[in-house]
Structures are given as C-alpha cells and as structure tokens.
Design a protein around this ligand. Structure first.
Ligand code: RTP
Length: 157
C-alpha cells in the first residue's frame, strides 16, 4: 500500500468590514468548496492598536490612516485556512489588490466580485508562509505546535 504525503500549509485570511456586511456567507462557502479547512475562526471589531500593528509595514504609506480607520469600522472575520499550497491558493482566489485590475485580469476572483475599490478591497491574505505564521501567532497565539521547522503542517501527527 502506498501512502502519499501531501504537506499542508496554513495561511491567514481576513474578511474585511466592507465584505462582512453583505458577502460573508458567500465567501465562507467558496472557501469551503475550494477544499480549505477552517482551523481557527474569530469574528471581532479590531481595536485601533491591533489594526495599526497588523498593517505596521504600511505605516509610512499615504493611505495608512484611512486603512486603519477602515479596518476598525466594523467586525472582521479572521480565519486560519489549511490546505496544500494554502498561501498561494488563497492569494489567487482573492485576486489583485485593486478590484479594477481584478476585473480585468481575474474576473472570477473574490475581489473582482466583492471589493469596492483599492482600499475597501474585501479581503486580506498572507503573502508568504513566514508572514502567515507571524500573523497567526499575533492574532491567535501559539497554535503552531503541529508545524515542523519549515512551517509545514504535518498531517501524519
Ligand atoms: P492585504 O495585505 O490586505 O492582503 O492586501 P495586498 O497584499 O493585496 O495589498 P498591500 O499592498 O499589502 O496593501 C494592504 C492593504 O492596504 C490597502 N491599500 N490601499 N489606497 C491605496 O492605494 C491602497 N493600496 C493598498 C488595501 O486595503 C490593501 O489590501
């Protein structure tokens, strides 16, 4: 008998306040139908401090204050998604940052369908496994004990 081993990855997804208003159920449905497992889930209104920390890499950008205001204006849903190649797959499902570009190049993507503009763009997704683990740790605490040293979830555990 041959046992194939598919390493799983985790990524952090966030449904932002704009999409929480009307599209939460549809987005969750798509996440599940694409074969992601939701291994952690938390719905909350981010404090200003948390939103500032979450996007601290954009502190010097002209849109930073607007971005933080937006992220705190209503509930967000924070999700840890687990699947083979989760980081790249979730980025690809979201589509480009700017929905105008998403409509051109990835019309079926979630941002093409649900985002309003480049700031109010419905979703967040980690850009690398390293960033995913950092943000998951930051938002959910230490749930990474099942990951090996490459940040890969070992499904044989
Ligand atoms: P995210 O971090 O939220 O997954 O988005 P991303 O990688 O696609 O885009 P990034 O460049 O990291 O920007 C983070 C978030 O800032 C807002 N933004 N506004 N007004 C603007 O020009 C502008 N550019 C970016 C968006 O909410 C974007 O998702």
């Amino acid at each position: 008998e041959i046992n194939f081993f598919f390493p799983k990855q985790q990524t952090l997804a966030v449904i932002k306040p704009d999409a929480m208003e009307d599209h939460k159920e549809e987005i969750l449905g798509e996440i599940c139908s694409r074969g992601f497992t939701i291994t952690q889930l938390k719905e909350l209104v981010l404090s200003r401090d948390l939103a500032e920390d979450f996007y601290s890499q954009h502190r010097d950008k002209p849109f930073y204050n607007q971005l933080v205001d937006f992220m705190c204006r209503g509930p967000c849903m924070l999700l840890v998604l687990t699947k083979e190649n989760a980081v790249e797959e979730w980025r690809s499902m979201m589509g480009p940052t700017d929905p105008a570009q998403a409509q051109e190049t990835a019309p079926g993507s979630l941002r093409a369908r649900f985002a309003t503009d480049i700031l109010h763009n419905a979703l967040h997704g980690s850009t690398s496994q390293h960033h995913a683990q950092e943000k998951i740790q930051f938002l959910f605490g230490d749930i990474t004990s099942d990951l090996n040293s490459d940040g890969v979830f070992d499904s044989t555990l």
